[in-house]
Design a protein around this ligand. Structure first.
Ligand SMILES: [Zn+2]
Length: 71
């Protein structure tokens, strides 16, 4: 439900499914990740995941390390 008194931040906070363990971006749905301002992180327990940006970085780092191992 969306009410007029609820700010977009609060509405987003209510929809957080998971938080990126690297950059703390909040997952709002299957494809949307947003970095929420400090103090707006959900107080309830949410699962941790990896956002696409950090996933990309992690994969690139892994490939870089593998290349340096085989070089
Ligand atoms: Zn991230």
């Amino acid at each position: 439900m969306h009410t007029a008194t609820q700010s977009p931040i609060e509405a987003a906070r209510d929809k957080v499914h998971a938080v990126c363990m690297y950059c703390h971006a909040a997952r709002l749905n299957k494809t949307t990740w947003r970095v929420l301002p400090e103090g707006t992180m959900p107080s309830r327990q949410v699962s941790h995941g990896v956002c696409p940006n950090c996933y990309d970085q992690a994969i690139k780092q892994l490939i870089f390390e593998m290349k340096s191992l085989t070089a």
